[in-house]
Every structure is written in structure tokens, then in C-alpha cells.
Design a protein around this ligand. Structure first.
Ligand SMILES: [Mg+2]
Length: 222
């Protein structure tokens, strides 16, 4: 389905692409409301509804991903609360094999993530993902989310790539649109970013379910 001969760089999103988005959904929708209600001595349902309304106001901005912002806004230590449920951080299927295969084929593999440095650090510590790729780039270092087309220009400065020979895999459609505007030629999204949520039906970009579908068996001969 992909012609790997036309690709030499693979940019990979982390949450919902390499890692199961269920950790993040569980944290923001279950664990945080429960702990927030305890810490603030609030009624759990009221805490959940208030948090939900508050959090969606910042969707699509860099603040949305910023643990410092939420710690200050909500008055709780978000990074510490995330560590309480760190054992739930998990790979999506076949990711380790896929990353090994990219290495084997001599392709440059780079994680590009909107995750906050504290969240990124926790996930790398739990999974060892940084040992499986060539580089990890965090959008907070540029103060630009991947949804902003200027992100890709800034990425060029630290991680030069030829957009015509680059593949981006990302579960976020707004991110894929911004990469497309920048000129990244090969774009793939993920059918089921959260293992506990329903599969999505997507027409706008090619969507994969399993990473092992990307390297058909005979490809290894090239
Ligand atoms: Mg993602």
C-alpha cells in the first residue's frame, strides 16, 4: 500500500499512534475527575462535568497539551496524578516490530509529539520508545503545536527532511491537514487510536489499523 522506495524519513506521532490513547482518555476522563473531586472535596459528578467543560475550551491549542498550564488552572499537580496511573501506558499493536523494521531498512524515524515534556518523559521512561527511534521532537520546544503549519518549518531547522520523501503517521486529522499544507507527501492516520473506543471511519486520509500491514512480507527482499 505504500511504496517504501519513495520514502526515507518517517515522522511518527506518539499518543494514539505509537501508544494507546486509552491512557490519556482514562487519565482526563476518569482518573483526574475522581482525584480532583477528592482533593477539592467536590461531588464527583459535578467535578467531572465542570472539568469537561473547562478542558474542551482549550482544545487545539498548545495549552491543551500543557501540564504546567493545567496544573496552574486547576490547582493540582497533573504530572504527579499521571504518575499514579503510569502502569496503564501501553503500546499499540506491532509498534516495536514496526520501529525495528524501519531501522533495518535504514530509514530515519523521528517521533514528533505535542505531548508536554513531563508527559513525554513519563511515557519514554515507561516504554523506552526513545531507544527505538533516531530522534524525538517535542512541539513545546517550538511553542507551536503540530496543527500550525509553521511547526513543520521549525522542524526542518532541527531535523532536516525532504517533504516529498517523508511519511507522517498521526491519529490527528487537523495535524495531518497542517502537514499536507506544508507539503509532506505521504500521510497515514490510525483507525483506532484508543483501544477502548470504537474504530473510526475516515475518508480524508489513508487509515491503517495495524502497523504490520505496512510491510508486506515480500518487501524485505528489496
Ligand atoms: Mg496523537
Amino acid at each position: 500500500m505504500l511504496d517504501w522506495r519513495n520514502i526515507d524519513t518517517v515522522l511518527l506521532d506518539m499518543d494514539g499512534t505509537l501508544l494507546d490513547l486509552h491512557f490519556d482518555s482514562y487519565f482526563w476522563l476518569e482518573h483526574l475527575p475522581r482525584r480532583y473531586a477528592e482533593l477539592r472535596e467536590m461531588e464527583p459528578t459535578a467535578a467531572r462535568e465542570w472539568l469537561h467543560q473547562r478542558i474542551i475550551r482549550d482544545q487545539g491549542t498548545l495549552n491543551w497539551y500543557c501540564l504546567d498550564y493545567w496544573s496552574a488552572e486547576l490547582g493540582v499537580d497533573i504530572a504527579a496524578l499521571k504518575r499514579e496511573v503510569a502502569e496503564r501506558i501501553a503500546f499499540r499493536p506491532h509498534v516495536q516490530d514496526f520501529l525495528g523494521r524501519l531501522r533495518q531498512q535504514g530509514m530515519r524515524s523521528v517521533i514528533v509529539t505535542n505531548a508536554h515534556p513531563a508527559s513525554l518523559g513519563l511515557k519514554l521512561q515507561e516504554t523506552g520508545l526513545d531507544q527505538m527511534v533516531d530522534a524525538v521532537v517535542c512541539s513545546h520546544d517550538f511553542r507551536l503545536p503540530k496543527e500550525d503549519v509553521a511547526f513543520w518549518q521549525r522542524l526542518q531547522e532541527v531535523e532536516p527532511f525532504n517533504p516529498a520523501r517523508t511519511l507522517l503517521v498521526d491519529d490527528s486529522l487537523p495535524v495531518l491537514r497542517s502537514a499536507q499544507r506544508y507539503g509532506i507527501a505521504h500521510l497515514l492516520t490510525i483507525v483506532q487510536p484508543d483501544s477502548q473506543a470504537p474504530a473510526r471511519s475516515i475518508d480524508e486520509f489513508r487509515a491503517i489499523d495495524r502497523f504490520d500491514d505496512l510491510f508486506p512480507e515480500d518487501e524485505g527482499e528489496h
